[in-house]
Write a protein that binds this ligand. Structure first.
Ligand code: PMV
Length: 311
């Protein structure tokens, strides 16, 4: 084909971040309304990339693009094609470094598009492996949660490297609010590990409570028990605070969401920046929650309706 595209979407972690690093489960939600598209055109020139960050030959692309470049070259290798003759354009609306999965979405979209440009439709396993190869370049030791979630139609249950689709009958509206601050996942994960070594019993207790909320949320999703899920989200935020992965701005947005009528709110992802996830019962309350978080410094907000998180 002369032109091929691949699409992936953003994700948010509903419950279980940080605990998932220590063997507990996590639940991620796809954000179907926030997408990223890779468009690949066959050319007779060297490999070329076209993105907001850089436009030019891949050979002189900045280090910042090392992960997407890995997605391109590994996918070409996977389909047995020579590493020349492609122009890759990346268009999207997923902000980077906010815990929304932008790096995995870029890699998944590129892998899909590059394979299609050579007439190959990747299966889930191949696309996951190629996305993970890029994520290792971007993040060191990615759990795989993002690589699964950014192409999933449904909520994802993730534990010990294994993912499965999670049914959801949840109504209500999630509100995502961006602090405007880069998340600091790697640093936060390291600090939790250090805290666990220093105070094993206390941290084990916190991780157990996060795990219990995550496990019980499966029933909340299936039964559309928004009040219960909201309470679990707020309690989990308090537990994440105890793990030292929140910060003043995240706490402020969570408090303002709750004061504006949210059923619950928490930081989402690695923490110390990035985004807050709040749950509201109705569109009207969601609008109030979003306005309150913007008034308290959120750079932008997104609404997540039931059809955005479930197929
Ligand atoms: O910030 P994100 O969305 O990449 O999420 C990090 C989630 C952690 O549990 C903190 C780390 C991990 O690798 O699972």
């Amino acid at each position: 084909p002369a032109e091929a595209t691949g699409v992936a979407h953003a994700k948010v972690i509903l419950l279980g971040e940080h605990a998932v690093v220590h063997g507990a489960p996590a639940i991620a939600l796809p954000v179907h309304g926030l997408t990223l598209t890779a468009t690949v055109t066959r050319t007779d020139r060297p490999l070329w990339i076209d993105s907001v960050l850089y436009r030019g030959p891949i050979a002189s692309a900045p280090e910042l693009l090392a992960a997407p470049l890995t997605a391109i070259t590994e996918t070409l290798r996977h389909v047995g094609a020579p590493a020349t003759g492609l122009a890759v354009r990346i268009d999207g609306e997923i902000p980077a470094e906010r815990g929304l999965g932008s790096s995995a979405a870029v890699a998944a979209a590129i892998a899909t598009a590059v394979a299609r440009s050579h007439g190959v439709e990747l299966d889930d396993a191949a696309r996951f492996d190629l996305t993970q190869a890029a994520e290792r370049v971007a993040h060191g030791r990615p759990s795989g949660l993002d690589a699964r979630s950014v192409v999933s139609e449904t909520p994802v249950w993730f534990q010990a490297g294994t993912a499965r689709a999670l049914p959801s009958a949840l109504g209500g509206v999630f509100v995502i609010a961006d602090t405007g601050l880069h998340g600091r996942t790697r640093e936060a994960v390291g600090d939790v590990a250090a805290l666990r070594t220093a105070e094993p019993d206390r941290v084990a207790g916190i991780l157990t409570r996060i795990r219990e909320h995550t496990e019980a949320a499966v029933t909340d999703l299936a039964a559309d028990d928004r009040a219960s899920l909201g309470a679990r989200m707020s309690d989990t935020h308090a537990l994440l605070r105890e793990l030292t992965v929140s910060n003043a701005q995240l706490d402020r947005l969570v408090a303002s969401a709750t004061a504006a009528g949210a059923l619950g709110a928490k930081l989402t992802g690695g923490g110390r920046g990035g985004c807050v996830l709040a749950l509201a019962d109705t569109d009207e309350i969601a609008a109030q929650v979003a306005a309150a978080m913007r008034a308290n410094g959120a750079e932008r907000t997104w609404m997540l309706h039931p059809e955005d998180i479930a197929a």
